[in-house]
Design a protein around this ligand. Structure first.
Ligand code: ADP
Length: 440
């Protein structure tokens, strides 16, 4: 969730009704309120009306009755108003072939910004930046016909991002993507949301939705059935049965333990790190002298070492780390678009090119150190994710920054120690020292 979140509506609908020309009543008095800076997931069976509702958000469809409001103002449907709306509310359609019309990747991504009367230089900058965010910077000149399905989906997303919208709407963005791409998309969504973008998506990927969303909205047969916290949704057993979905694994596990042992269902873990910590907390029962102590978490927990990928001394750090990898006991991961780019370019080598943050928490909770490559702009996001896990299940993670990152005031909400990072802290070797900043 965005740090700057306010209690302000960005998109609302009031009693929205819509029928297709064939007489299908796709929306029946839909009233919703999307707050600025939220991550919203829409759930519901095929045909529930999710896509139809989304198409109302940027004025592609016009309601039969009721209204849509953006930033408190009812939508107007003249060309100028719609053009201005679509600069702020960008849509990624479910099927990329409904959205890609241009011959090359570059032309397709340029299409939206070109209609904004921007200077060519600014259009170029936006193409470059949005292709880089979706990991397609090397395919700028590629004919769109030669792209895989996943790449076409990325091009559509890049086209939406090139508008620099306030709200990004994605209709089933995870459908048809491989696991790595789903994780990349989710991390990118977090990054964009962290920068202030409101994100709305529909998906049938319940596990991902549960872990990701601030809020879930549920539609069945053109009607809203639920809007609230994802964990609250899964306490509504009758609705879950009607939705015909299997609850996500953390919910099922948590409920089962509750039924088995009577242990409170709250707090509701959202992911594996939270789940394992709830039932196997740090400092829990590692005092036994049963010979199995080495299998238990180190009671002091592991440390999350954060390496700033924009540090000019990065190359030296990477060389030092790889030169000592045999004597060091840590896992590593890349978090954020900049770090992922370095992985793509072969400049850093990590165990987890995606899903790094959860793996970092898991490793730290069993006493292992973790090296997280990220950029300083994402430190507040890392901090708020760690704080969220601590709030939910009490898992505290010790964080140590490279000297460069320590200088950033945004890092204030991350739990910090005053330690300077040295190789001895990283490797456990008392002798190693690296001088100067960035001495991870
Ligand atoms: P969802 O996105 O939840 O799968 P949709 O919004 O696509 O649901 O569909 C809602 C209802 O509208 C369904 O009954 C669907 O068959 C119907 N529908 C969707 N698109 C059209 C269309 N272009 N013409 C006629 N009916 C449509």
């Amino acid at each position: 969730m965005c740090d700057l979140m306010t209690d302000q509506s960005i998109l609302r609908t009031r009693d929205l009704r819509f029928s297709y020309p064939n007489g299908v009543d796709a929306l029946k008095k839909v009233t919703i309120d999307v707050q600025k800076g939220r991550k919203i997931v829409f759930l519901g069976p095929n045909g529930a009306g999710k896509s139809t509702l989304f198409l109302h958000f940027n004025g592609i469809l016009r309601p039969k009755s009721g209204e849509v409001l953006f930033d408190g103002q009812p939508l107007r449907y003249d060309q100028r108003s719609l053009a201005s709306l679509r600069e702020k509310v960008a849509m990624v359609l479910q099927n990329p072939d409904d959205q890609i019309f241009s011959t090359t990747v570059e032309e397709d991504v340029a299409f939206g910004p070109m209609n904004l009367d921007l200077e060519r230089k600014e259009v170029d900058r936006r193409i470059e930046e949005s292709l880089y965010l979706v990991g397609m910077e090397d395919l700028r000149q590629r004919p769109t016909q030669q792209l895989s399905f996943g790449q076409r989906k990325r091009v559509c997303l890049a086209g939406a991002l090139a508008m620099k919208p306030k709200v990004l709407i994605m209709d089933e963005p995870t459908a048809g993507l491989d696991s790595e791409m789903v994780h990349e998309l989710i991390e990118l969504s977090d990054e964009l949301n962290h920068r202030g973008m409101t994100i709305i998506m529909s998906t049938h990927d319940i596990e991902t939705a549960y872990e990701w969303a601030d809020e879930a909205m549920v539609m069945i047969k053109g009607e809203m059935q639920f809007s609230g916290l994802p964990e609250e949704l899964f306490t509504k057993h009758e609705l879950i049965d009607r939705l015909r979905i299997v609850p996500p694994f953390p919910v099922r596990f948590n409920q089962h333990i509750h039924e088995r042992t009577g242990r409170a269902e709250e707090p509701y873990p959202r992911n594996l790190a939270e789940l394992t910590h709830k039932f196997f907390p740090q400092n829990g029962g590692n005092n036994g002298n049963d010979g199995a102590a080495h299998l238990r978490p180190d009671p002091s927990g592991g440390t999350l070492f954060i390496v700033d990928v924009e540090d000019p001394g990065l190359q030296r750090q990477v060389e030092m780390i790889s030169g000592r990898s045999s004597e060091m006991h840590y896992r590593s991961g890349a978090y954020g678009a900049k770090a992922r780019r370095l992985v793509r370019e072969g400049k850093i080598d990590v165990h987890y090119p995606f899903h790094a943050l959860e793996n970092a928490l898991l490793q730290a909770s069993v006493g292992n150190d973790f090296l997280l490559y990220t950029d300083t702009s994402l430190l507040p996001l890392v901090g708020s994710e760690l704080a969220k896990v601590e709030r939910r299940v009490g898992l505290r993670t010790r964080v140590v920054f490279s000297a460069h990152a320590q200088g950033q005031p945004q890092a204030a909400d991350v739990h910090r120690t005053n330690e300077r990072v040295t190789p001895s802290a990283l490797t456990g070797s008392p002798t190693g020292q690296v001088e100067g900043r960035g001495g991870v």
